[in-house]
Design a protein around this ligand. Structure first.
Ligand code: SF4
Ligand code: SF4
Ligand code: FES
Length: 237
C-alpha cells in the first residue's frame, strides 16, 4: 500500500509542522487524511468540519499552500508526489492546530452591514421581485456564499491591511445593495466606502479563482465601487 507523507500544523501561531504517514486510498479526500490522523495516530489533533459534502464550509484549511474545502479536495488532485502540507486558513488568528478563529471574518461581515433589513411585517403580503430584474440577477450572482473564508484567506490585501473588510463581506454587501426589499442601501454603501472598504481591493482576483462555489467577489466589489461613486455624485452618501 502506498503511503502519504503528511505535515500538519500543530499549536498556535508559534507552532510547527508535525510529520505523519497515512495510508493512501483511491478517492481519498484531504479531510479523510486529517480524520485518519486524529482517529488513528493522534487524538489530540484539533480541526473542524461538519457536513463533509461541501455545504457548511467549516472544513476550510490551507492545503499545499492554497485555501480549500478539505472535504471536497481529493488527495490525487493536490498531492501527485505523495506529499501534503495542511495548515489552518491564512489571514486569521490560529486557535490551535488546524482551527482558525473566524471571529474577525464575521465581525467584518457585520461591519459591511451584511444583515438584511426589510420593512414588511407578518401582516404584509410577500414581496414580489421579478427574476428578470437586473438587480435580482446581480443579487443572485453572489447569494450562494456559505461564509467559508476561503476567499478571505486567498486575499493578499487582507494580509497587508488587516482592516480591509475582505471579499466575502463585500460580496454579501453587494447582494444586499441589489436586494429590492432591503431598506438600508445608503447606510450599507457608506459602510463599504471607507479606506477599509471596496476601494482597497486591488482586483487581484485570487478570491474569485479560489471560491469553491465559483462566485466572483471581484465582480461584486467592482459593482460596489460603481454604486459608491454614483451615490457620492448624487449626494446620497
Ligand atoms: S465567496 Fe466563496 S470562498 Fe468566499 S466565503 Fe463565500 S463561498 Fe467561501
Ligand atoms: S479581487 Fe480584491 S478582494 Fe479579491 S483577492 Fe483580489 S484584492 Fe482581495
Ligand atoms: S465539511 Fe462542510 S464543506 Fe467540508
Amino acid at each position: 500500500m502506498s503511503v502519504l507523507k503528511v505535515r500538519v500544523w500543530r499549536g498556535g501561531a508559534d507552532g510547527a509542522f508535525q510529520a505523519f504517514e497515512v495510508p493512501r486510498h483511491s478517492s481519498q479526500t484531504v479531510l479523510d487524511v486529517v480524520i485518519h490522523i486524529q482517529r488513528r495516530l493522534d487524538p489530540t489533533l484539533a480541526y473542524r468540519y461538519a457536513c463533509r459534502v461541501g455545504m457548511c464550509g467549516s472544513c476550510a484549511m490551507t492545503v499545499n499552500g492554497r485555501p480549500r474545502w478539505t472535504c471536497r479536495t481529493h488527495v490525487d488532485k493536490v498531492a501527485a508526489s505523495g506529499a501534503l502540507d495542511i495548515s489552518p486558513l491564512r489571514n486569521l488568528p490560529i486557535i490551535r492546530d488546524l482551527v482558525s478563529d473566524m471571529r474577525e471574518f464575521f465581525d467584518k461581515w457585520a461591519a459591511a452591514k451584511g444583515q438584511y433589513y426589510g420593512a414588511r411585517t407578518r401582516a404584509d403580503d410577500f414581496s414580489r421581485v421579478s427574476p428578470l430584474s437586473e438587480k435580482r440577477k446581480a443579487a443572485d450572482a453572489g447569494i450562494e456564499c456559505i461564509g467559508c473564508g476561503v476567499c478571505y484567506a486567498a486575499c493578499d490585501v487582507v494580509a497587508w491591511n488587516r482592516d480591509y473588510l475582505g471579499p466575502a463581506a463585500l460580496n454579501r454587501a453587494w447582494t444586499l445593495v441589489n436586494d429590492e426589499r432591503d431598506t438600508q442601501r445608503p447606510e450599507r454603501l457608506r459602510a463599504v466606502a471607507g479606506d477599509a472598504g471596496c476601494h482597497a481591493c486591488h482586483t487581484h482576483m485570487s478570491c474569485t479563482k479560489r471560491c469553491p462555489k465559483q462566485l466572483s467577489p471581484t465582480a461584486s466589489i467592482a459593482g460596489l465601487k460603481r454604486a459608491v461613486a454614483k451615490a457620492a455624485m448624487d449626494g446620497e452618501l
